[in-house]
Design a protein around this ligand. Structure first.
Ligand SMILES: Cc1ncc(COP(=O)(O)O)c(C=O)c1O
Length: 75
């Protein structure tokens, strides 16, 4: 999160910013800390896109993925 925030700080505040992350990182099985990521994204007015290829069908209620297990609304 610190590395991400350092990068966002260097961005022009008027530009569109898109943060793309894996839901589960396939090499180690780490799960994204989505609430923390969204907090940082909101601070810098950035949009978050989650590639949940390794999570959909595996994690969360009915396999709904990392968004669901992070306690965030799905929509
Ligand atoms: C995070 C993630 N998303 C998507 C894919 C699928 O990639 P592709 O469409 O190139 O097969 C992979 C493949 O392993 C992946 O690790």
């Amino acid at each position: 999160m610190n590395a991400l925030e350092a990068k966002l700080k260097r961005c022009n505040p008027d530009t569109l910013k898109l943060i793309v992350t894996d839901g589960i990182f396939s090499m180690e099985g780490d799960i994204v800390r989505l609430p923390d990521l969204i907090r940082v994204a909101d601070k810098y007015n950035a949009t978050v896109m989650v590639d949940d290829a390794h999570s959909i069908g595996v994690l969360g209620k009915n396999g709904s993925g990392t968004v669901h297990i992070s306690g965030l609304p799905i929509g």
